[in-house]
Ligand binder design. Structure first.
Ligand code: PMP
Ligand code: GLN
Length: 384
């Protein structure tokens, strides 16, 4: 492996899922749901295959899906994107992120990300030849918010891209309007491109609404908004994502994407168009169910003795096992499958600066209630 990718040899998700399988553990590590999405979408995928949609789709994605993505963003956020030049369908948000970075970052350009960060940002930055910088989240009550002083000192004229992720993996934080405004102002000041990863845009709880940074004044022209069907419609295996933004930035991502996968997910594209056009009520119900799961797992973790952080959106809750005698989250996660039959992931896998994060562990709660209850029951063995 080349030096720049050596640190990324095995993802934490693969590692912990493997441990979970070895010990027949309840896998609350990797974030994926264990139920299917809306029936109309599943039927549309079956029909697409039966009707012979089994060859290369058009490079930028099928027109019906690009139109559905455009309509969806107009409905949800009031932003207009031209489906022909301003929307690109990708192989999941993962390729949208990698394609955007590889298409926009020159060797040595600085790429700033919020820490903790989703691991793919660091790997894709390395593939693009960029230099990673981070701006931390800081504890704010039982939740987190952005360290705005660090934002102001880290973003400079050497910064090419800032990656924003809200709702945030792994903390479940929904960035507040003040944080988003501070990010926008700083990026405008230093002429920075924003890659906004919004894959959890529809999974926000307690009456919160998702704000896309692309909708703030002066931001549409410098923001690549990325999302994906994976989390919204419970299809993490279908790998349908998209990038929306001004034509020149989308063209940069398309240039790279052409030679990463060329195209992808042919028969799933029309099915996701159906889902975006007709299944947002299903998504609302699914989100309500997810917030009840958030409550279930948070309460169970608290009962066992964990410190539990507030989760405002996503599939994830962060917990502090120090009251149970573990000071190191990674060690805790390596022990957990064998010790009680549950898997989680350490937040240290998402950081460059372990100090404030080393104790924390992330549990994924997008699971059937009986799975969460069994997981909770097993975690109680930690008290023994
Ligand atoms: N961004 C974040 C924040 C994620 O948690 C994930 C994992 N689902 C992705 C991107 C990747 O999305 P996809 O599965 O659509 O490639
Ligand atoms: N996004 C999911 C998570 O954070 C899955 C990631 C993966 O398996 N690469 O758990």
């Amino acid at each position: 492996t080349v030096t720049r990718l050596a640190p990324f040899a095995t993802t934490i998700f693969a590692e912990m899922s493997q441990l979970a399988a070895t010990h027949d553990a309840i896998n609350l590590g990797q974030g994926f749901p264990d139920t299917d999405g809306p029936q109309a979408m599943l039927d549309a995928a079956r029909a697409a295959i039966a009707e012979g949609n089994n060859q290369y789709p058009p490079g930028p994605g099928i027109p019906a899906l690009r139109q559905a993505v455009a309509d969806h963003q107009l409905r949800c956020y009031g932003i207009e994107y031209d489906p022909a030049s301003e929307i690109l369908i990708t192989v999941g948000a993962t390729e949208a992120i990698a394609g955007s970075l590889v298409g926009l970052v020159e060797t040595g350009d600085e790429v700033v990300m919020i820490e903790p960060y989703y691991d793919a940002y660091a790997a894709a930055t390395a593939m693009a030849g960029g230099v990673r910088r981070t701006v931390p989240l800081v504890a704010d009550g039982d939740g987190f918010s952005l360290d705005r002083d660090a934002l102001a000192s880290t973003i400079t004229d050497a910064t090419r891209v800032l990656i924003v992720n809200s709702p945030h993996n792994p903390t479940g934080t929904v960035l507040g309007d003040e944080d988003l405004r501070a990010i926008a102002q700083t990026c405008i000041e230093h002429d920075v491109i924003v890659i906004s990863d919004e894959v959890y845009e529809h999974l926000v709880f307690d009456g919160r609404t998702h704000t896309t940074i692309a909708a703030l004044p002066g931001m549409r022209e410098r923001t690549l908004r990325i999302s994906s069907a994976a989390k919204t419609f419970n299809v993490t295996g279908w790998k349908v994502g998209w990038v929306s933004g001004p034509a020149d930035l989308v063209a940069a991502a398309r240039t790279a994407k052409q030679f990463m996968s060329y195209v992808g997910s042919g028969p799933f594209q029309p099915a996701i168009a159906v889902a975006l056009n007709t299944e947002m009520d299903w998504v609302r119900d699914s989100c309500a169910a997810l917030s009840a799961k958030r409550d279930l797992i948070s309460g169970a973790l608290r009962d066992v003795g964990f410190g539990v952080h507030r989760t405002e959106g996503t599939f994830f809750v962060c917990a502090d096992p120090r009251p149970l005698g573990y000071t190191d989250g990674e060690e805790f996660c390596r022990d957990l499958p064998a010790r009680v039959g549950v898997a989680a992931v350490p937040v240290s896998a998402f950081v460059d600066h372990p100090e404030p994060w080393a104790h924390l562990v992330r549990f994924a709660f997008a699971k059937r209630d009986e799975v969460l209850l069994e997981g909770a029951e097993r975690l109680r063995r930690l008290q023994a």
